[in-house]
Design a protein around this ligand. Structure first.
Ligand SMILES: *[C@@H]1O[C@H](CO)[C@@H](O)[C@H](O)[C@H]1NC(C)=O
Ligand SMILES: *[C@@H]1O[C@H](CO)[C@@H](O)[C@H](O)[C@H]1NC(C)=O
Ligand SMILES: *[C@@H]1O[C@H](CO)[C@@H](O)[C@H](O)[C@H]1NC(C)=O
Ligand SMILES: *[C@@H]1O[C@H](CO)[C@@H](O)[C@H](O)[C@H]1NC(C)=O
Length: 418
């Protein structure tokens, strides 16, 4: 626990340096760290594409533009090299990461256990999304990541703009005349789904099945201590939340992330795993997978995403971003932001949740489920299962990934028979 707190304090200090330097519009110590790193490092930083290609799978890197000008780096496993099914019907599946994560989070556990590989090997056209602002999506047609107007978005905009752009792009590029996809999201990847499906209900028709891992929408009972400590201040509109808003959080890309990777990558894996064993071993996580991700996650986000979650925790409502009374009146015609009408989500939603999740409390998941017209509940049997087990648990294949692939396959079989 002490190590955890220490780690958080170090991260906060470093993000303060980042925020401070961003405010002054200088890079820390006036060094462009990504460039510095790229020039110095022993090898080029690996992307999702490189990591997938290592295992022999075909993989593509796409740039998807949103209506409001952001350009998202999206990865695709178009077919399986094992099946050689490039000319067959391959239904589209889109997989979306959680906050401060990215497309890499899904593949660390390797081809036998990772959901994207399992889906590819089951005959699907697999897409791995990246939301605006993370490592692969720090790109815009006219804004620079150096300025606050680039970072002026929360997960509302990710749901409202990024998700539909990726869904439509994937369907279009697939080129087999498909009108709908299967969707899998983890944590924020579920929040953005609920946001999109309630705000733009026409997108419900584009969903065959949706799988929500650790669903986060209503947060009244969430137990995360750090959030509960900070949210009473930052979860409301005041000068502190103003100061903190519209900035890159954990600006690892430009500073710490590159620095850590620089130190980390040359170390033999054995040492990494030994180090992780010392600090993170609960006997439940795949430490080799964790080692794979070290120095690349967190992948960055906007501070507004965090503020928006803190607002949810404080209000107990799943609702739009709170800009303060005056601006709310202007934007929403009400002093308080309106709730997302989740009652209008007609798509089939499978909720995968667990007892030991400090971000997605069972009470909150059930409160949401009560309002969803078309849902299937799957409580994970393991009582110790927690938020990040969906990415790292040693038994992720049996507990989650296999049943999900089966549900998706069954849906396609039923569809094909009709
Ligand atoms: C930004 O988007 C443009 C246009 O799609 C693309 O050509 C470029 O490679 C992207 N840059 C990065 C750093 O992803
Ligand atoms: C753990 O992760 C490693 C590295 O990706 C992978 O090779 C291995 O199969 C994984 N094992 C389990 C049980 O997930
Ligand atoms: C962010 O966007 C809101 C709504 O459009 C606007 O009122 C606000 O001034 C913007 N803030 C920054 C820092 O760009
Ligand atoms: C949700 O559904 C109700 C009833 O059909 C409708 O009145 C309302 O406008 C819908 N909300 C949105 C945001 O579409």
């Amino acid at each position: 626990m002490r190590t955890y707190i220490l780690l958080v304090i170090i991260l906060m200090l470093i993000s303060v340096v980042g925020i401070y330097s961003a405010a002054l519009k200088v890079s820390p110590f006036n060094i462009d760290f990504p460039k510095f790193y790229n020039n110095l490092c022993f090898r080029r930083r690996r992307t999702t594409r490189d990591r997938i290609a290592v295992h022999g799978y075909p993989v593509e890197h796409h740039h998807v533009a949103t209506e409001d000008g952001y350009i998202l780096g999206v990865f695709r496993i178009p077919h399986s090299h094992k099946l050689q099914n490039q000319n067959e019907y391959r239904p589209v599946v889109l997989i979306q990461h959680g906050m401060m994560g990215g497309s890499d989070a899904w593949i660390y556990v390797g081809p036998d256990n990772g959901l994207p590989y399992m889906l590819a090997d089951a005959g699907f056209d697999v897409w791995l999304g990246n939301s605006r602002g993370n490592t692969y999506s720090r790109n815009h047609s006219s804004r620079s990541t150096f300025y606050r107007d680039f970072w002026n978005f929360s997960w509302h905009e990710i749901g409202f703009y990024d998700m539909p752009a990726m869904i439509d792009y994937a369907l279009d590029t697939n080129g087999q005349g498909q009108k709908s996809i299967h969707y899998v999201g983890h944590s924020q990847g579920t929040t953005v789904f609920f946001t999109l499906m309630s705000s733009r209900p026409e997108y419900n028709e584009k969903i065959k099945t949706a799988h929500m891992f650790a669903p986060v929408a209503i947060m009244a009972h969430m137990q995360n201590k750090l959030v509960r400590a900070v949210a009473p201040c930052l979860g409301h509109v005041n000068q502190w939340s103003h100061l903190f808003s519209s900035r890159e959080f954990l600006p690892f890309n430009s500073f710490l992330l590159t620095f850590i990777s620089f130190l980390w990558e040359p170390l033999p894996r054995i040492i990494c795993v030994h180090f992780l064993k010392k600090f993170f071993d609960t006997g439940r996580w795949n430490l080799s997978a964790l080692a794979e991700g070290f120095g690349e996650q967190p992948a960055g986000c906007s501070t507004n995403q965090i503020l928006h979650y803190m607002q949810e925790q404080q209000s107990g409502h799943f609702r739009l971003y709170d800009y303060g009374t005056r601006k709310n009146l202007e934007m929403y015609k009400s002093e308080q932001p309106p709730d997302y009408p989740v009652e209008n989500i007609t798509a089939i939603v499978h909720l995968w949740y667990s007892k030991n999740d400090v971000m997605a409390a069972v009470e909150d998941v059930l409160a949401l489920a009560n309002r969803l017209p078309n849902k299937v509940l799957h409580q994970i049997k393991d009582p110790r299962w927690e938020h990040d087990d969906f990415a790292l648990n040693l038994e992720i294949r049996d507990y989650v990934n296999k049943p999900v692939v089966e549900i998706i396959q069954n849906f396609e079989r039923i569809k094909n028979e009709i």
